[in-house]
Design a protein around this ligand. Sequence first.
Ligand SMILES: Cc1ncc(COP(=O)(O)O)c(C=O)c1O
Length: 417
Amino acid sequence: MTKWNDTEVRQAFPALGLSDGGLPRLYADAPGGTQVATQCLDRMRQAMVDQCANEAGVFLTTRLTSEWMTTVHAAAAEFVGGEADEVVFGLNTTSLLFHFSRMLMREWNPGDDIVVTRMDHDANVGPWLIAAEERGVTVRWLDVDPQTFQYRYDTLGDLIGPRTRLVACNHASNFLGTINDVARIVAAARAVGAVTVVDAVQSAPHFQLDVRAIDCDILVSSPYKYFGPHAGLLYVRRALSERLRPLKIRPSPDSMPYRHAPGTPSFEAQLGTYGAFEHLAWLGERFGRPAGDSLRARMGAGLLAATEHEAILASHFLAGIASMPGIRLYGLGEPAAVAGRVPTFSFTVEGHTAEAVARTFAQHNIYVWDGSFYAYEVSGLLGVRDSGVVRIGFAHYNTVAEVDRILEVLDGVVRAR
Ligand SMILES: Cc1ncc(COP(=O)(O)O)c(C=O)c1O
C-alpha cells in the first residue's frame, strides 16, 4: 500500500491533462458525469477494434464478444455484491427503470399503493408515477426534512402498509449530497412484501455497494458517473427477475441477461464499464488494503481510498465556504458531517443567479453545474426548482489545490455583491 498520490491518480485520466488557451481544465462536475479512466478507453477500443462483432456466433470475434459478456457480467455482479445472472446493462438508469416499471406494474391493482420519495432524481419517481396512474394505484410520498436534509424516517410506519406494492428510494442525493439509510427503508418495505428499488447512481462513485446488505430487489447505477462510459447497470434479485414476465421478443433467449435486455447491447459500453472496474481495482491495489484478491475486494479497497481522499476535499471546501457571506448551502454543512454525505454541494450566492456564478467559473475553465438536476421534488421543496443552484461535485481525481482554486473564484464572486 502506497500513500495517496494525486499525480499518479490523475495520470490515469487522459482528460485531466487538457488545457484551453493556457488554462487547465478543472472538473468539478462529477455528479453530472465523471472523466473517463484509461482502462475504460482501452477496453472500449478492444470492443470496437479487436472483437467488433455481435455475440453468439462461431467465428473468432463473435466468440470473443460472448466470452467478454460473461466476464463483464460477472465483474458487474462483484461491483454490486450480487450474482452474474442478476445484472443487466442498459442505455442509462432512466430507461432501465422505465423498462422495469412496465413489468412491475402488471402486478398492481386499483386500491394498491406505492411509495416514492421527495429526495430522488426523477428517474426513480417519474416512471413509477406514470405506471401508478395507468394502474389506478395510490402514490404516497416519503418526505425530506428541509432542516436536516434527511428522509422523514419516522413516517415510514404510516406510509408503508399491506397494500404497498413498491418502495423506490435514493441512496445518495444528487442535489443535497445526503447519504440515506436505504437498508432501513428496504426493511420496512420487505416486511409487507413490497418490491424495493434503490437508486445508487450517486453513491456508486464514492463507496462500495452491497445489494445483499441493503437487501433490495432492484438497484441502479450509471457507469458514466464512475469513470466509465455512458450506460446504465441494473441489479435485480434473481427471485424477482424470474417472477416478472419479461418484455422480450419471441426468439431472444429467456435466460439472463437477455431476458431483461432487449436488442443488441452496447458491447463497447459493457467493456468500458469493465475498464472502470479495473481502474477502481487498481486504486485499491495501489493505495488501499484489499481484503483478498477478488475483484470486489480490490474495488472495495479502491473506493475506500477514494472516500478518504474525497473527505479531505469535502472538509476543505466546507471550511472554505463557511467564512464566505451570502452563501446558502442546501445540504449538510458541518465539516463533521462529511461522513454522512457524498462530496456534492448545492448552494446559492446572494445577489447572483446560479447561472451567472457557473458562467464566472466557466470563464476560469472551471466546470460546475447550475440548475436543479432533475431533483424535481427536493428542489421544489427548497424553493429553487426554477431559479436553480450552483452544484460543485468532487471525485477522487480532484485535488486540494483545485478546491483552493474554486474557493478563490467563489470568494471573488461573493465580494462582487
Ligand atoms: C441520483 C440520480 N439518479 C438517476 C439519474 C439518471 O441517470 P441516467 O442519466 O443514467 O438516466 C441521475 C443522473 O444524474 C442521478 O443523479
